[in-house]
Design a protein around this ligand. Structure first.
Ligand SMILES: NC(=O)c1ccc[n+]([C@@H]2O[C@H](COP(=O)([O-])OP(=O)(O)OC[C@H]3O[C@@H](n4cnc5c(N)ncnc54)[C@H](OP(=O)(O)O)[C@@H]3O)[C@@H](O)[C@H]2O)c1
Length: 315
């Protein structure tokens, strides 16, 4: 496993990290989830992403129980706030102070390495949010700050408040070879300002593994077949997308790597992407995906990828 520095922070994160949306404390059994976390440590993953809202606190509780057995400096822990939790929501000072304490209790730790705004809060002045986040950093409950799915304007507005407030270290956008919107504005702006990307759904929720075939029902046991989780995948289930993804099979085979590894190496080709946050329902997936770290794709391969999927990419 290789590691990259997170923005201008002192955090070194594994190029492949393990997330917990729809999976841990929820859709995946605890035994399988525990095996995934164990495998993650075995293959050198040191970076774990969660959120207060995942399984309504269940994902944080699950991770807290797993991580409490390990030295605190052996992992980098990221969580988020914003989405509704038992009547609470948003990024007001009151919410920041309340949600960080609730997350720390569930995560069984005194601090998180990265505290992220899950979305932008239009109902709270940005200054109030940034001052509250700065307060929890100064209290030692949070080491570094991040945001998820903020626009370039919102990021610039937060940067304009520095150094009065703490500076963001990370941006968490959806990014994959099928969904490239961050390339337009967010990645160039962040690169200029020492903010790294940690990207979500780099496998388009499993679509880029090639396991979903056009015109066929998804196999039992996959996310797309799950009544609990399949709702989230609609946009990746169109036959034209699935047909394009099948065109990547010979590209991966030619390199002697798997489709998942090809898709992960593709997001990591950008220096500004510090980590690809994978989801995993089985330890074998963790092992396969972790092996994408260190795979370099040359210009001809990047062109072959664009030839295969160019028409269905969201830009
Ligand atoms: N900030 C945000 O708003 C936001 C939004 C979404 C996600 N996230 C973060 O990003 C993380 C990753 O998102 P994601 O779960 O959508 O990522 P993903 O890596 O694109 O998809 C993960 C799913 O794909 C399947 N899969 C993974 N590796 C595979 C392999 N080698 N072979 C076959 N199938 C494989 C598994 O599902 P099955 O085995 O069940 O098919 C797995 O749960 C989340 O856990 C969360 O931490 C953040």
């Amino acid at each position: 496993m290789r590691y990259r520095r997170l923005g201008s922070s002192d955090l070194e994160v594994s190029e492949i990290s393990l997330g917990s949306w729809l999976t841990y404390g929820g859709g995946v059994s605890d035994a399988q989830a525990e095996a995934c976390v164990r495998k993650a440590f075995e293959v050198g993953i040191n970076f774990f992403d969660t959120a207060n809202v995942y399984s309504r606190g269940g994902a944080e509780e699950f991770l807290g129980n797993q991580l409490a057995q390990r030295p605190r400096d052996s992992y980098v822990l990221a969580t988020k706030l914003y989405f509704p939790m038992n009547g609470d929501r948003g990024l007001s000072r009151e919410q920041v102070l309340k949600q960080i304490d609730a997350s720390l209790a569930r995560l069984r730790t005194d601090y998180v390495d990265l505290y992220q705004c899950h979305r932008y809060d239009f109902d709270t002045p940005l200054e109030e949010t940034m001052e509250a986040l700065t307060e929890v950093v100064r209290q030692g409950k949070v080491r570094h700050l991040g945001f998820s799915e903020w626009t370039a304007d919102q990021i610039e507005a937060a940067l304009a408040l520095v150094p009065r407030v703490e500076k963001f270290s990370s941006s968490q956008p959806q990014y994959s070879l099928l969904y490239r919107v961050p390339e337009r504005e967010v990645i160039p702006l962040c690169k200029e300002n020492g903010i790294s990307q940690i990207v979500w759904s780099p496998l388009a929720q499993g679509t880029l593994t090639g396991k979903y075939r056009p015109g066929e029902e998804p196999a039992q046991g996959t996310r797309a077949a799950s009544s609990q989780m399949g709702w989230s995948m609609d946009r990746f289930r169109d036959d034209d997308v699935l047909e394009a993804v099948q065109q990547l099979v010979p590209v991966a085979e030619g390199l002697g790597i798997t489709m998942a590894q090809l898709a992960l190496a593709w997001v990591l080709r950008k220096e500004n992407v510090a980590s690809a946050i994978i989801g995993a329902s089985r330890p074998e997936q963790v092992e396969e995906n972790a092996a994408a770290s260190g795979i370099a794709l040359d210009h001809a391969i990047l062109e072959a990828i664009d030839d295969a999927v160019g028409d269905v990419v969201v830009r």
